[in-house]
Design a protein around this ligand. Sequence first.
Ligand code: NAD
Ligand code: IPM
Ligand code: MN
Length: 358
Amino acid sequence: MLRIAVLPGDGIGNEVIQVGVDVLKALEEVTPGLEIAYEWLDYGAERYLRDGVGFPNDEREAIADRNDAIYLGAVGDPRVPGNEHAREIILETRFNLDLYVNLRPCKLLDARFCPLAGKGVDDVDFTVFRENTEGLYTGIGGIFKKGTADEVAIQSSINTRKGVERIIRTAYRFADEHGHGRVCMSDKSNALRYGHDLWMRVWKEVAAEYPKIESRHLYIDVLTMELVRHPEDFEVIVTSNLFGDIVTDLGAALQGGLGMAASANLNPERGIGMFEPVHGSAPDIAGQGKANPIAAVATTALMLQSLGRPAEARIVEAAVARALAENATTADLGGSSSTSQVRDFLVQTVRELSAGNT
Ligand code: NAD
Ligand code: IPM
Ligand code: MN
């Protein structure tokens, strides 16, 4: 029995997570021995506005203890302009469960969806390892003389040897295990002379342990340019928290948009991960049946893979591939389907593919 805590969150999070769960339920129906228990979690802007609850630490710990994975939609609501609840739900889950690996695969599934002329599915296929517990995200800092002409705002960037080393090692280990010949570390060590000096030194040490892997360093500004010019040069990228956030939206665009990009927040040493599409709550299209659910569905494949169900993950991926091939897609991909029509297509396809497998 797999146990999944489902946290749809805000806006289109609710729409796309329902599709992901429906796809999982279709898989369960047709896969002997696959049983999933879902614990639906009511955290998000509504709850925060109603009773001031974001995602309390003790509740998170208990949920993590009794589940194998957390499946998150997205959080963010214009009625909570400071994003306080989102910080507790996303960032504090990453920090407090020590999910230090943010794994974001970027794979173009169909050349029609790539905005770059002349690039095909073999050209856009890389995985970003984003450091997920440090950098500029920890919330360390403060504001002095707020609202005055003399106001000072400090946002500290935290870079620890342990934190930098473990994410770089994870990226190299992944490359090694998956037969990838190239790893690129990206930082801004020419300007960030302390924090990213540490990144540079640790990277050189770890890279030296993998002489068969071609190690490359690019400053983050150059990486953004190179990803557009020559995405085919990249297989594994490792970078800091903020830079990883930025380049994975760029990566999403190369895949066909935010509606396509999946991610996993992992701690390889701990038995819990949080799985979420890269996109946000998209208030501009929420509630209109326009949300592309493929990122959320592809995220279930990452989750299944990580929960030791690679065969089922492949069925989900095959269903997604067929939806794209047959234009069962939402408007962001040029299709004319609603979110629930894509859902129906995927559910039906999962049933057919599974039947073909048995
Ligand atoms: P966003 O990702 O929500 O949307 C950016 C653009 O992409 C919008 O035009 C949106 O309509 C489109 N888009 C996103 N996902 C889509 C999908 N599945 N199908 C079709 N179109 C899609 O980013 P934003 O507008 O900057 O942020 C909105 C809110 O979401 C903010 O509160 C932000 O903080 C939050 N956010 C949350 C997460 C998360 O929960 N993981 C991630 C990013 C942003
Ligand atoms: C993401 C999001 C989050 C991040 C926000 C909502 C805090 O953009 O998961 O990519 O920056 O990590
Ligand atoms: Mn982001």
